[in-house]
Design a protein around this ligand. Structure first.
Ligand SMILES: *[C@@H]1O[C@H](CO)[C@@H](O)[C@H](O)[C@H]1NC(C)=O
Ligand SMILES: *[C@@H]1O[C@H](CO)[C@@H](O)[C@H](O)[C@H]1NC(C)=O
Ligand SMILES: *[C@@H]1O[C@H](CO)[C@@H](O)[C@H](O)[C@H]1NC(C)=O
Ligand SMILES: *[C@@H]1O[C@H](CO)[C@@H](O)[C@H](O)[C@H]1NC(C)=O
Ligand SMILES: *[C@@H]1O[C@H](CO)[C@@H](O)[C@H](O)[C@H]1NC(C)=O
Ligand SMILES: *[C@@H]1O[C@H](CO)[C@@H](O)[C@H](O)[C@H]1NC(C)=O
Ligand SMILES: *[C@@H]1O[C@H](CO)[C@@H](O)[C@H](O)[C@H]1NC(C)=O
Ligand SMILES: *[C@@H]1O[C@H](CO)[C@@H](O)[C@H](O)[C@H]1NC(C)=O
Ligand SMILES: *[C@@H]1O[C@H](CO)[C@@H](O)[C@H](O)[C@H]1NC(C)=O
Ligand SMILES: *[C@@H]1O[C@H](CO)[C@@H](O)[C@H](O)[C@H]1NC(C)=O
Ligand SMILES: *[C@@H]1O[C@H](CO)[C@@H](O)[C@H](O)[C@H]1NC(C)=O
Ligand SMILES: *[C@@H]1O[C@H](CO)[C@@H](O)[C@H](O)[C@H]1NC(C)=O
Ligand SMILES: [Cu+2]
Length: 714
């Protein structure tokens, strides 16, 4: 980079600093990413509980060991640590063990007595070490590092029974390198723990000089400008899993939290329901500077959020951690599991200590319950100034900010309206090997997967036949649903697929749509009558296959866009298809017909050095009744889950696993094992077949288009 006075000034201003106290442990640049524990033992890392890593990243600097200790507990929001927080003493709400949430006392699952859990900020190539200590009696845990591909650490993906055994009343040390920079997050991957508070920010910063944009887009990338949104309930999520028939509306959030803070509003009447004076998430900026914000959607429920900053435009520069050509918008709609980075376009002439509302609204099926929340953007103030509230008029659900240019409007046909953008309107920047990218985008795929997903609606009488124990959620009344991909509702095996694949396989432990267990036979593409099928769906991919995958929403509801998340990879989003006038799902054969003539369109000017490269994402919202085409190269051997990121849908089987052949990094020494025990079965514990259903051949009537009535929380 050419150094001018201006860049010197900007570099000087650039900080991701938190106070540098405590321990710094550096690693050789060429540490072995596949088995770093040898080096860690030599460095005496086990002697420490945490080290400092949040810093301004500098090219050529030695990577560090970033050590965290996460203690997981059952704990209380608005508990004794909160002092007089409920009486308006704001400082008390910020006490280190106080979880104010929305001011309502409830039991939560916490990490280090915080919600969100401690934020992890590291530099690219650092080694992240998280010692998880589970103090929650009766609850297994794992942590997933959402968006990390774990290419040299496949064992550390944190999916129970896919990459590891869940952690009971013990501890587990996650060790993995930060190979890609970008905005990620971590969250519990067992049960509905994420909904109860097990999530937090995970950001890998890169040296400014290694950023892919030709222009200098911003001056500050602060740890204090990370926005983690979540949906919150006043009872533990387990209260609603599988669900209570008398609770209407079904399974639905009560409050929106921003960085764990929010007021419990009645959005319709626009009144504060607890008067707890909970502080709002506040973001401080200085006039005339540009700030990089990172927004993480950690929601569990089905409602997307729209985020708007009063009077400000947002220049989007990355999605799911991957850089894009900047696109300036006014409203950003985001789904669970997605991340967006934006540069806040500053106003030229704000008044002294001006402040603006940041407005979050829940859309989709939450529109009827009028759910919204606020953050504050504050000019010329410092991080220790509490209780700043804008004096400007506050946007509300019924009187929101103008929409302007919107990303991810669920009511649009992609490409049809210049003020309604889809992620397919974004362009990747910063790829290394142009020829390889072109091949992934345009070659005839080695594997062409067409994967419908949907719900299975049970009839109450057959559902409750003796000996029948199907996993389900109850959305209120007699609305009993399970979920599937490829018509198969996923069940976890009893020991991790990554370590037990061969022994399970030899006992017929896995299934796919061409190899179904006996209780699933009769399965076909008949959209109106599909027998319910439950097994461990594992689709095998050869190493380096170019995979084209088309995900079809066969749920059959309007305004419910499922965010599908793939572990282990980022995929190119090639095409998003939705026909709003059709109001009917696409069948597999219709999609096959579409694909037979569809081709990815390169721009005319494209050359091997200047291509139209679609965005890389790991979570894609599939429009209701539509489909999405993605492509990726299966260059990461391992066992990788793909699932809907709505917590309840995943919990009832909207999941499947890709087993990518090839050599996985060596199994960490002492890696824990688990499995069934059956004294009377000759096969070993690990080989106990998950598909041996005890229920009789099902006589279940089903429909892929269940009647939801007016239920909110699908
Ligand atoms: C972030 O905020 C904290 C107070 O909440 C403050 O101590 C710290 O200096 C801030 N960091 C930066 C980089 O502004
Ligand atoms: C790194 O560790 C892996 C696993 O133990 C080993 O196979 C590989 O040879 C090591 N690489 C180097 C460069 O030492
Ligand atoms: C770690 O602690 C052990 C036991 O106290 C000690 O023997 C060892 O020297 C320590 N290692 C380092 C690198 O500090
Ligand atoms: C709350 O405030 C009152 C009055 O200032 C004080 O007496 C009391 O000790 C405080 N309680 C806590 C838990 O800090
Ligand atoms: C909150 O305060 C307002 C105004 O002081 C009052 O009308 C309302 O009843 C209070 N709400 C609760 C839940 O205490
Ligand atoms: C903010 O937006 C409102 C409504 O569009 C407008 O009236 C006002 O002038 C704007 N203020 C600033 C400082 O841009
Ligand atoms: C900035 O100030 C000028 C002069 O006072 C005014 O005309 C203009 O509308 C202001 N811009 C905004 C965005 O408020
Ligand atoms: C989408 O359309 C529905 C039905 O007209 C409407 O209720 C909803 O508000 C729209 N959503 C958005 C984000 O505009
Ligand atoms: C684009 O969508 C917006 C909002 O729905 C609408 O007001 C506008 O007319 C549309 N423009 C075109 C060209 O269809
Ligand atoms: C689909 O299911 C219906 C209802 O049971 C049945 O009549 C029809 O023959 C099935 N179609 C196929 C192709 O299996
Ligand atoms: C959308 O669906 C309608 C009704 O089925 C059909 O007439 C129309 O051709 C479709 N449009 C596109 C672009 O496929
Ligand atoms: C690359 O393509 C864009 C349009 O897609 C064009 O504006 C630009 O000039 C091209 N750059 C080069 C170096 O060819
Ligand atoms: Cu879903």
């Amino acid at each position: 980079m050419r150094v001018t006075d201006r860049t010197v000034l900007l570099i000087a201003a650039l900080t991701i600093a938190v106070p540098v106290i405590g321990t710094v442990i550096e690693l050789p640049t060429d540490y072995n990413r596949s088995s770093p524990w040898t080096e860690l033992i030599e460095l005496g890392v086990a002697n420490y509980t945490e080290t400092d890593c949040a810093r301004t990243c500098v090219a050529g600097e030695l990577p560090r060991v970033c050590l965290f200790t996460f203690v997981m507990e059952f704990y209380a929001a608005m508990g004794t640590a909160c002092g007089n927080c409920s009486n308006g003493v704001l400082e008390d709400c910020y006490r280190s063990q106080c979880i104010p949430a929305d001011g309502t006392e409830r039991e939560v699952m916490s990490i280090n007595r915080k919600i969100p859990g401690p934020a992890i900020h590291v530099c690219k190539n650092d080694l992240i070490v998280v010692n998880v200590i589970n103090r929650m009696a009766g609850a297994d845990v794992t942590l997933h590092w959402h968006g990390f591909r774990q290419k040299h650490s496949q064992w550390m993906d944190g999916v129970p029974y896919v990459t590891q055994c869940p952690v009971g009343g013990t501890s587990f040390r996650y060790i993995f390198p930060a190979e890609d920079d970008g905005t990620f997050f971590y969250h519990g991957h067992v049960g509905t723990h994420r909904t109860n508070g097990h999530y937090g920010a995970l950001v890998v910063h890169a040296p400014k000089s290694e950023e892919p944009w030709t222009e200098n887009l911003y001056s500050y990338d602060s740890v204090n400008h990370t926005i983690v949104s979540s949906d919150w309930m006043h009872e533990t999520a387990e209260m609603f899993f599988p669900g209570l028939p008398s609770r209407q509306p079904g399974i639905t959030p009560t409050t929106i939290l921003i960085n764990g803070l929010g007021r419990y509003y009645d959005g319709e009447a626009d009144v504060d329901l607890v008067n707890a004076s909970i502080p709002l998430a506040t973001f401080h900026v200085q006039k005339n500077f540009r700030y990089r914000f990172r927004i993480i959607n950690a929601n569990s429920h089905v409602c997307p959020f729209i985020t708007q900053v009063q009077n400000h435009s947002l220049m989007l520069i990355a999605t799911d951690g991957k850089p894009i050509e900047p696109v300036t918008v006014d409203s950003l709609i985001h789904y669970p599991g997605e991340r967006y980075d934006f540069v806040l376009i500053p106003l030229v002439n704000v008044t002294e200590r001006d402040a603006f509302w940041i407005h979050f609204r829940a859309l989709g099926s939450c529109e009827s319950i009028k759910l919204d929340q606020y953050g504050v953007l504050s000019y010329d103030t410092t991080d220790d100034e509490l209780g700043i509230l804008p004096t400007r008029s506050r946007p509300t659900v019924s009187n929101p900010l103008p929409m302007g240019i919107v990303v991810n409007d669920p009511n649009t046909t992609c490409g049809a309206n210049a003020s309604r953008l889809c992620v397919t309107d974004f362009r990747s920047v910063g790829y290394d090997d142009a020829d390889e990218v072109r091949r992934i985008l345009t070659a005839k795929p080695d594997v062409n997967l067409i994967i419908p997903f949907g719900f299975h609606s049970f009839d109450v009488d057959t559902f409750h036949e003796d000996g029948s124990y199907h996993p389900f959620m109850n959305l209120g009344g007699e609305n009993i649903l399970s979920a599937w991909m490829n018509n198969i509702s996923f069940t976890f095996p009893s020991s991790p697929i990554l370590s037990s694949y061969n022994s399970y396989k030899s006992h017929g432990g896995y299934c796919d749509k061409d190899n179904l267990p006996a209780n699933c036979l009769g399965n076909d593409d008949n959209a109106t009558f599909t027998p319910y099928c439950e097994c461990t769906q594992v689709v095998v991919l050869q190493q380096n296959d170019i995979v084209q995958m088309t995900l079809i929403d066969n749920v059959g509801l309007s305004s419910l866009n499922h965010p599908i998340h793939l572990h282990g990879f980022a995929f190119y989003v090639m095409h998003i298809h939705q026909n709003l006038t059709r109001d009917q799902m696409f069948t597999v054969s219709e999609v096959e017909e579409f694909l037979s003539t569809w081709e990815f369109e390169e721009s005319d000017e494209a050359s091997s050095t200047n291509m139209t490269v679609p965005p890389l994402k790991d979570t894609i919202s599939v429009p209701s009744n539509g489909f999405v085409i993605v492509r990726f190269k299966a260059d990461n051997p391992g066992s990788w889950l793909m699932h809907c990121h709505f917590e309840w849908h995943m919990s009832v089987g909207m999941m499947m696993v890709f087993k990518v052949e090839g050599t996985v990094s060596s199994r960490p020494p002492g890696f824990p094992e688990c499995g069934n025990f059956d004294l009377l079965d000759e096969s070993t514990a690990a080989a106990v077949q998950p598909n041996k259903c005890i229920n009789r051949k099902p006589k279940i009537r089903s429909s892929t288009a269940p009647n939801h009535g007016k239920m909110t929380g699908v």
